[in-house]
Write a protein of this length. Sequence first.
Length: 47
Amino acid sequence: MLKSEPVIAFKARNLKAVEDVQKETEAGTVCGSCNPVIEEILNEIMN
């Protein structure tokens, strides 16, 4: 997956927190190892 794909999805769904992403996409809900990457992407979007 390209980094741009989650960015587009997060913006389209107006997701602003890791918990929002988990709720909407189930990403990061199994082992949580991708949560830091999700948070990094969200921080880039918000800035």
